[in-house]
Design a binder for this molecule. Structure first.
Ligand code: HDE
Length: 705
């Protein structure tokens, strides 16, 4: 309280850290030499006259230790890597802005959620969880979705994932979980995958993970792109308004384009053919002005309804079905600038769920509580000390004045005698401010806490299977089939039979007997033990990805498959029509040689069909003949067919489909003469806009690709 009572009378704060302060080191400025163009210099400013040869004793003699130019260069290089994140090591990020649609003053005093005309800058990093930095983007995994809002009241980080629940209920289990899921200790295998013994061993012994593991076996774990996946804050947080009234809140991010996933076969092939598939898509879409957009949604729950659900709001393995509490859409995030430097920004950005602003507060979710400790701690070892907030990407746009001093890599030149509070020698500054909204100070929500010091899990966290059953029963048949195939694939890679059996009998049988039976059968296990799965009162259609798409071909990549002899006029018309509708047509050919005046964008080998959303085969007899004779071209259309993509073929282009032995009259394959371009293209666009031709799924299984 000392600070409060001795608050200085003067309203004039001295800026102890800003570069504008009259620093003595400013005297150096008068001596600064102009950079003189692009002269290569050492870190000490000495111009380098030879950057090709180290200093040695004679042309063939030994190198000399005296060579301060080489020593400085190599020493720096030796230290160019910092430890990668223990989780979420592989990531890609972008700058953008956030704008609220209408004032949220009724619910929260958070400044950046008050005024629809205000744009708040953000930096958003997407990531996979278990793979190392160099692992592939499309592995089966949870995706991180971390947003740093640079608000006028300080940084607010919403550090979420693309699934609304988590594997464990208590932070103390996180190191165990992460050790189990990451590459195995003896051999660092597999890179970026959960299909191995230790992961399944752990989750088979920890039933609280059942719900989240089910999500990771669903198509949510293989998003089509970072632009088309949802995000969730997971934990229940609090909104607090200016009057001090609090409500519980769950955060959601909704891609404006809708949510889509890959097929498992595509995901696996992409991991080899383009390990940067998601990163590239994010980068290219921003470069080309197709800015990824996400809407922010909130589920709001009155404090008095805390116990109105048949699960505990503090349990991070549970979600609130939208059918019970609707998601209110409150604003939009637009990613509109790629970073300038991956290391400086994406690698050094430091998120923290404890970075909150007045109006946003925590709950006692025991997973969240542990996270509040972890993130600062990890940055200290990852970024080399406690001054990581001074790294440009982490600096708040609000000033930071306090009495913290020194430590590794300090950038600020703090002036003045006082680095303590209360003080009289610096007029009492910096000093506390009254709580927001009057003066903007952060005040923790005054929650009454009253309990015995105890290590125990609340009984209200005990039901591990009801929501797994809810999720499973809310899936479409297609999604259920994918889930069963994912369990079979993953458990098929597990070497210890007792682990496989435990997953089936101790986990799956308890919430989805039919899934347990299918998985058991696929693994050659006996029929699962009988269990009594929980009754699902009301499925939640909102959980099915098939209900979360938004028809349309905007930003979809469409391959125009052609070879020399193709009809250039038709190709041009197709390109124009598709572009006009916001799609991204690309001319794909066996070589990069010109085709009727058009230069292909890539070769068939360079951009195989797994990188596209739909395929059109061009007209032209010679083109069709060449493509029909090309194994790669036939494979291209076969794969597109197998992956349930819209296909169109014009004129002679139909021969390529025949040569590939595609079944006749299959759903989602449009053909016709070039003269019928408009009607064929319209049908094709409608189908491509649906993302996949699910009705073709059974037929596609017989196609080898
Ligand atoms: Fe994290 N998590 N986490 N996590 N997490 C990290 O912080 C941790 C959890 C999430 O793009 C680390 O800077 C603990 C849930 C994202 O830079 C580390 C627990 C959710 C990112 C850490 C959790 C997340 C991280 C590693 C259990 C979703 C990447 C490097 C108590 C709501 C942020 C780092 C980025 C990163 C700890 C659980 C999301 C070690 C102890 C639940 C998106 O601090």
């Amino acid at each position: 309280m000392a600070g409060k009572t001795s608050k200085p009378q003067s309203a004039k704060a001295v800026d102890h850290q800003s570069p504008g302060h009259d620093l003595k080191s400013k005297d150096l400025e008068q001596f600064r030499v102009n950079p003189e163009g692009a002269a290569l210099r050492t870190n000490q400013g000495v111009k380098i006259s030879d950057n090709q040869n180290s200093l040695r004793a004679g042309p063939r003699g030994p190198s000399l230790l005296e060579d301060f130019i080489m020593r400085e260069k190599i020493t720096h290089f030796d230290h160019e890597r910092i430890p990668e994140r223990i989780v979420h090591a592989r990531g890609s990020a972008a700058h953008g802005v956030f704008q609220v649609y209408e004032s949220m003053a009724e619910y929260t005093k958070a400044g950046f959620l008050q005024d629809p005309s205000v744009q708040t800058p953000v930096y958003v990093r997407f990531s996979t969880v278990q793979g190392p930095r160099g692992s592939a983007d499309t592995v089966r995994d949870v995706r991180g979705f971390a947003v740093k809002f640079y608000t006028q009241e300080g940084n607010y980080d919403l550090v979420g994932n693309n699934m609304p629940v988590f594997f464990i209920q208590d932070a103390i289990k996180f190191p165990d979980f992460v050790h189990a899921v990451k590459m195995e200790a003896p051999n660092e295998m597999p890179t970026g995958g959960s299909a191995h013994d230790t992961f399944w061993d752990f989750v088979s012994l920890v039933p609280e993970s059942a719900h989240m593991v089910l999500w990771t076996m669903s198509d949510r774990a293989i998003p089509r792109s970072l632009r088309t996946m949802e995000g969730f804050g997971i934990h229940t947080f609090r909104f607090v308004n200016a009057a001090g009234k609090a409500r519980f809140v769950k955060f959601h991010w909704r891609p404006v384009l809708g949510s889509y996933s890959l097929l498992w076969d595509e995901a696996q092939k992409l991991a080899g053919k383009d390990p940067d598939f998601h990163r590239r898509d994010l980068w290219e879409s921003i470069e080309s002005g197709m800015y990824p957009e996400f809407e922010l949604g909130v589920q709001l729950i009155e404090e008095e309804d805390e116990h109105a659900f048949d699960f505990d709001l503090l349990d991070p393995t549970k979600l609130i079905p939208e059918e019970l509490v609707p998601v209110k859409i409150i604003g939009k995030l637009t990613l509109n600038r790629n970073p300038d430097n991956f290391f400086a920004e994406t690698e050094q950005v430091a998120f923290h769920p404890g970075h909150v602003v007045p109006g946003i507060d925590f709950t006692n979710d025991p997973l969240l509580q542990g996270r509040l400790f972890s993130y600062t701690d990890t940055q200290i070892s990852r970024l080399g000390g406690p001054n990581f907030h001074e790294i440009p990407i982490n600096r708040p746009v609000a000033p930071f004045h306090n009495n913290q001093r020194d430590a590794m890599h300090r950038q600020a030149i703090n002036v003045g005698q006082a680095s303590y509070e209360p003080n009289s020698v610096s007029g009492g500054w910096p000093a506390e401010t009254d709580p927001a909204p009057s003066d903007g100070g952060f005040e923790s929500y005054q929650e009454r806490v009253d309990g015995t010091k105890i290590r125990v899990r609340s009984d209200s966290f005990a039901d591990h299977f009801s929501q797994a059953a809810l999720f499973y029963q809310s899936m479409s048949d297609v999604e259920k089939a994918h889930i069963a195939a994912a369990y079979q694939f993953e458990l098929g890679k597990v070497t210890k039979p007792e682990i496989r059996a435990r997953v089936v009998n101790e986990i799956l049988a308890h919430f989805a007997p039919d899934l347990a039976a299918t998985v058991a059968q696929g693994l050659g296990l006996p029929a699962p033990k009988k269990a009594t799965p929980p009754k699902v009162k009301q499925p939640s259609p909102a959980l099915s990805l098939l209900n979360r798409g938004k028809p349309g071909i905007k930003t979809k990549k469409i391959a125009l498959l052609a070879a020399p002899g193709a009809d250039g006029a038709l190709l041009k018309k197709l390109q124009q029509t598709l572009k006009a509708q916001g799609a991204v047509p690309m001319l794909i050919a066996p070589t990069l040689g010109e085709i009727d005046g058009l230069t292909p964008d890539a070769t068939i080998a360079g951009l195989p069909s797994i990188m596209f959303d739909a395929v059109i085969v061009s007209d032209g007899a010679a083109s069709a003949k060449a493509l029909s004779q090309s194994g790669d071209a036939r494979h291209f259309v076969l794969e597109a067919f197998k992956h349930l993509k819209a296909i169109a073929a014009f004129g002679a282009g139909r021969d390529v489909l025949t040569a590939a032995h595609l079944p006749d009259n299959a759903d989602g394959v449009e053909t016709g003469d070039a003269s019928k371009m408009d009607s064929v293209l319209k049908a094709f666009i409608d189908t491509a806009g649906q993302h996949r031709v699910w009705s073709r799924a059974a037929l596609a299984e017989s196609v080898p690709a």
